[in-house]
Design a protein around this ligand. Structure first.
Ligand SMILES: Nc1nc2c(ncn2[C@@H]2O[C@H](COP(=O)(O)OP(=O)(O)OP(=O)(O)O)[C@@H](O)[C@H]2O)c(=O)[nH]1
Ligand SMILES: Nc1nc2c(ncn2[C@@H]2O[C@H](COP(=O)(O)OP(=O)(O)OP(=O)(O)O)[C@@H](O)[C@H]2O)c(=O)[nH]1
Ligand SMILES: [Mg+2]
Ligand SMILES: [Mg+2]
Lengths: 291, 282
């Protein structure tokens, strides 16, 4: 772990009570390695380390900590501060319709996230409905219907390749059924596919969702910054869902995405089953990134 | 690649940065740059363009080592059947890759059977059945929730009896950290052998190009559970460069065999080292 590696650097150091510039220079390399190994984007790592340096120089070493532990504490606190969700909470009401849309790359976990979120809010007494807007992937519509049946939540489907037509039908059905949470599943798409990015922008224009969730795979590497910023430029999504956190990916993409879009990490996928969705906690993520 | 006009520490830093941002990882990047510095010094190179040529060479050699000639995945030994299993974590593109591969084999006149071995995920069987139809090949399927090992056994046994040329086995996505699911994979491997002792002839780990360092853990754990013979690197039509393959080749000796370059049935290629390393630097 980072704190062990830093402690071995400081093994021969006599405690001075304060972190010196040399202490920090020696630790920088280890911190950089730890963050890159965790898949934090290399540009974000550069900025992050500059901030750590500022904060660490002259910092007092608490009596209970070694210099290495003190530096890790500073790094940990800074990670938490950067990934703070600022109390993001999706506002869903019993007497009006809240519309949300899931977007992201192929295979990130959008369809599963629709069902997980629907089930989570139904437990809170909300009446959800899901909309199958992936008209491309083989059996995508069937997948959402199967999930809908599993959790007894209605799924809107229309026999058309035009997602806006499906959306219009869904809005009508949602209002007449007194639905209060309408969840749009969309096809996985590349940030560099202009036609597909236009499609989801058009869908946003017609649906006017209250929340757009960017669904990202926690094992994403350096590319997370490019992908997230393109999706953000096009859609200005509201929050992020980080999936497959039940694996052993360190999840540095979380920091990269937050740093480059400023949007909060709202939920975390922790498994393939419907209940496997949790609220995001910055301190847990920070510990995970540091290994 | 646009780099500085002189061979100095900054050049090596810039080149290392390219490796890092393409997901090579710090260990591999350091190793490659160390080798590069050594060779450049030995040959007294002063032209940064030549340094880059050396770099390309080093990286190609990592991929070429022990497999100097890249075999065509679509011209396997003429065994009846030649059995290929596709495994990997969730959502990487296993099912889609099977559809593409089935089509490619069918186009060359092979008798292909797809085995719908993901009996767990919603509409997984329907999904692979559509691909079988698109590729014009047969499918062995069951109702959902059936034990995947039993469907897979039936599929391989049937392929042996009916003299299929190719069997492509789809399996459910699974996290390599889940012991129960990795044990299930080992059971699948055992029943394949029961039906056909030499099988599976290929076990392909399907990895998403956008994956970071976790790909190494994936490869390690899957290889420990069942012997992997190669990787399929999917979604290479995105902006990620797939640098994790260097570490996987260097440390686990698992080569990339296939490249997925889109969502259509035609979007599959044999892995080509020279092309890949060239693309790495553009
Ligand atoms: N282990 C694990 N698997 C997950 C999680 N979320 C989704 N999955 C799995 O990941 C795979 C892909 O999920 P989907 O919901 O189909 O992903 P998608 O983004 O809708 O995919 P496309 O529509 O093709 O872009 C499936 O096998 C899911 O069961 C998670 O949090 N943990
Ligand atoms: N752009 C692009 N998308 C791909 C490629 N390969 C697969 N996909 C997409 O990735 C998504 C997931 O593909 P699947 O074949 O369902 O992946 P899987 O590994 O079988 O998923 P699970 O069985 O749920 O683990 C789908 O939307 C595919 O269309 C590729 O090479 N390029
Ligand atoms: Mg989907
Ligand atoms: Mg599949």
């Amino acid at each position: 772990s980072l704190s062990e590696r830093l402690d071995s650097i400081f093994r021969n150091l006599k405690g001075s009570g304060y972190l010196t510039e040399q202490n920090i220079k020696d630790s920088i390399r280890e911190i950089r390695l730890a963050l890159l190994e965790a898949d934090v984007n290399f540009k974000i790592v550069k900025n992050f380390i500059a901030e750590v340096e500022k904060r660490a120089i002259g910092a007092e070493v608490m009596k209970s900590l070694s210099p290495g532990q003190q530096i890790v504490k500073i790094v940990h606190e800074q990670l938490i501060a950067l990934m703070d969700t600022e109390g993001f909470e999706m506002k869903v009401y019993n007497n009006k319709l809240t519309k949300i849309m899931m977007v992201g790359l192929q295979g990130s976990g959008k369809t599963t996230a629709c069902a997980k979120l629907a089930a989570m809010y139904r437990k809170k007494g909300i009446k959800p409905m899901m909309v199958a807007c992936d008209v491309y992937r083989p059996a995508a519509i069937e997948q959402l219907k199967v999930l809908g049946r599993q959790i007894d939540i209605p799924v809107v489907t229309e026999d058309t390749k035009d997602v806006v037509t499906i959306a219009e039908s869904a809005l009508k059905q949602a209002y007449s059924a007194f639905t209060n949470l309408l969840i749009f599943d969309t096809a996985g798409r590349l940030h560099i596919d202009a036609d597909m990015m236009d499609e989801v922008a058009r869908l946003k224009t017609h649906v006017k969702p209250d929340y757009i969730f960017f669904v990202a795979d926690s094992m994403t590497g350096q590319d997370a910054v490019t992908v997230a910023s393109e999706f953000y430029k096009k859609l200005e999504f509201d929050a992020v869902i980080l999936t497959k956190m039940d694996g052993d990916a360190r999840g540095g993409a979380a920091l990269s995405i937050k740093a480059v879009t400023g949007r909060p990490l709202a939920y975390v996928g922790t498994g393939e089953k419907i209940p496997d969705l949790e609220v995001f906690y910055a301190d847990r993520m920070a510990s995970r990134i540091l290994g | 690649v646009k780099v500085r006009g002189v061979v100095d520490d900054q050049l090596y830093e810039d080149l290392e940065e390219i490796l890092i941002k393409n997901d090579c990882g710090t260990e591999m990047a350091e190793r490659i740059i160390t080798s590069l510095r050594k060779e450049v010094k030995e040959d007294r190179i002063t032209d940064p363009e030549v340094v880059q040529i050396y770099l390309v060479d080093i990286m190609q050699n990592i991929l070429f080592k022990d497999i100097p000639d890249e075999s065509d995945f679509f011209q396997p030994p003429a065994l009846q059947p030649y059995v290929i299993a596709f495994v990997g974590v969730n959502g990487t593109g296993k099912t889609t890759t099977i559809g593409k591969v089935a089509n490619r084999f069918a186009q060359s006149g092979k008798k292909v059977l797809i085995v719908a071995g993901d009996t767990f995920r919603a509409a997984a069987i329907d999904q692979v059945a559509i691909w079988a139809e698109r590729a014009g090949v047969h499918i062995m399927r069951s109702e959902p929730e059936r034990d995947p090992a039993s469907v897979i056994y039936d599929g391989v046994a049937s392929a042996v009896a009916k003299k299929y040329d190719i069997v492509l086995i789809d399996t459910a996505g699974r996290q390599h950290t889940k012991e129960r699911l990795m044990k299930e994979l080992q059971k699948i491997d055992r029943v394949i052998k029961k039906a056909c002792p030499e099988a599976p002839h290929e076990t392909i780990l399907v990895v998403d190009s956008t994956t970071g360092q976790n790909a190494i853990s994936q490869a390690k754990h899957f290889d420990e559970a069942i012997k992997l013979t190669g990787l399929a690197l999917t979604k290479f039509d995105g902006t990620a460069k797939g640098g994790i393959i260097f570490n996987i080749k260097q440390n686990l000796e698992i080569p990339v065999r296939l490249l997925g370059v889109g969502e259509q049935i035609e979007d599959i290629e044999n892995f080509h080292t020279v092309r890949f390393v060239k693309a790495f630097f553009t």
